[in-house]
Design a protein. Structure first.
Length: 472
């Protein structure tokens, strides 16, 4: 109705998931890249959660379009399937000829044979489950069993579950712990902030063919952002009604009056929406999943030297030894037993026969040459670093994601001076972490100032200053 009035080619705020209107801001684009990586690199079960109207179905549809051609996709839009029904649904989607009276064990055997056949031809199979929170518990258990289908070295079936926060509550049940342990990546679609809401509205208008100045006044954006609680579906509904109100008043700008009228016309649920602090969104995604998204974001950036000068750490009396490329077996590993310890506790396999160091355990991780190089230099630096000095924490991830760290370091080395990049392997309460850190500074304020001068691609990971003594 208002398309010609505003010079639009099509409706910009439809609530149906039109993939041409996929908004890559607010970490959506990075999450999409990370999902593609997880699926194509045998990462097991992946979970994506978000509130009603946060864009899960849109993300799922875009994922379907952008997966490589060798990936065979199965999309399950109806989650309320019984344990047996989901097996028949998978067999049907994969065009298997299954007898009507077939038992579950027979269907699983047919599925496994077909998946092995596809794998031999270079294909991967991924099952995308929308609205997974609505699945019966017995069906979720069947999903866990299906994740066991594998060859000698690779998963035959990748599974991605999209669901509301209720899915997290279901997986927290004691009888669901086996399924929860199979989930290797957890992504959270957080709400949009005020600036992201403005970018989102402008993006949708441009995607619909609008070419003029901004239609929505800043005051109207503020009102929409507050009323929508950062949920894209609510933003779409309010913005559409606001455009209609402006059209009815023969206006070419949406102001506070039109926004107010649109909000009053909406009857949103009064239930509490799980709003997310913008500074906590990355933590909500999960450390491993976030960093996968981060390095994928970096790997898609051009490798040209950034125009902003990279901060050089101030000269301090470190006298750091020249890093030596070494095998993982010979790298001493820091045991992060006490954050306030004054000296590092380091061991090497040669010095502890009765109490083997974590370095011995680290040999099970496929650390690449660049990771081993920076791990060695990190250990040498930490031995001599001043406890009162500060550094920049860029990455913290599970060591099992070692291949991701190697790719991340390759890209990071093009963004900042490589000789200031260090890697550490720490262990606390039986949990191992591999971290990537940068620089050395005499004060927290100096480290904070250096963060502000880092390239935008690096700052997108939300690096933060840490004191050397906290690493020991």
């Amino acid at each position: 109705m208002y398309l010609d009035h505003f010079g639009l080619r099509e409706s910009p705020f439809r609530i149906t998931p039109h993939t041409e209107f996929f908004f890559s801001g607010a970490n959506r684009g990075a999450t999409l890249d990370a999902l593609i990586y997880a699926i194509t690199h045998d990462e097991g079960i992946v979970k994506v959660s978000g509130e009603v109207g946060s864009g899960k179905t849109m993300l799922c549809r875009v994922l379907l379009e952008r997966l490589p051609a060798n990936v065979v996709t199965v999309y399950l839009a109806n989650p309320s399937l019984s344990r047996d029904d989901i097996l028949f649904a998978l067999a049907d989607e994969l065009s298997l000829d299954v007898p009507t009276a077939a038992r579950s064990a027979q269907i699983i055997r047919l599925l496994q044979e077909h998946l092995i056949c596809l794998y031999a031809k270079g294909h991967q199979v991924v099952v995308l489950i929308d609205e997974a929170h609505a699945m019966p518990l017995e069906t979720l258990e069947e999903i866990r069993l299906l994740s066991n289908l594998e060859s000698n070295r690779h998963k035959l079936l990748q599974i991605v579950m999209f669901g509301q926060p209720e899915l997290n509550e279901i997986l927290s049940r004691s009888d669901m712990r086996q399924l929860k342990e199979r989930i290797t990546h957890n992504f959270t679609l957080g709400p949009l902030g005020r600036e992201e809401t403005a970018e989102y509205i402008d993006f949708r208008l441009r995607a619909a063919g609008y070419k003029g100045a901004s239609i929505f006044a800043p005051a109207a954006i503020n009102m929409i952002a507050a009323a929508a609680l950062g949920l894209t579906r609510r933003i779409n509904i309010i913005a559409d009604k606001a455009l209609l109100s402006a059209y009815a008043a023969s206006k070419h700008e949406v102001g506070p009056e039109e926004a107010k009228a649109a909000i009053q016309d909406c009857d949103f649920s009064s239930s509490i929406v799980r709003t997310v602090n913008r500074n906590a969104i990355f933590a909500g995604i999960g450390v491993v999943s976030l960093m996968a998204a981060l390095w994928l974001t970096l790997s898609h950036q051009p490798t040209a030297t950034p125009s902003t000068p990279v901060p050089q750490p101030p000269a301090v009396p470190v006298n750091e030894a020249k890093p030596v490329l070494a095998q993982a077996e010979s790298v001493p590993t820091l045991v992060e037993s006490s954050p306030l310890a004054k000296t590092p506790v380091a061991q090497t396999p040669a010095t502890s026969a009765t109490n083997p160091s974590p370095a011995t355990e680290a040999t099970s991780y496929p650390f690449g040459p660049l990771t081993r190089h920076h791990l060695q230099s990190g250990q040498q630096w930490l031995v001599k670093a001043n406890n009162s000095h500060w550094f920049i924490q860029i990455l913290a991830i599970n060591p099992s994601s070692a291949p991701q760290v190697e790719v991340f370091l390759k890209k990071l080395s093009t963004q900042v001076p490589p000789d200031q990049i260090r890697v550490y392997l720490a262990k606390r309460d039986k949990t191992e972490r591999i971290g990537v850190i940068y620089g050395e500074y005499e004060s927290q304020s100096a480290a904070q100032a250096a963060i502000a001068q880092l390239p935008a691609e690096v700052r997108s990971s939300q690096p933060y200053p840490r004191q050397v003594q906290k690493l020991r």
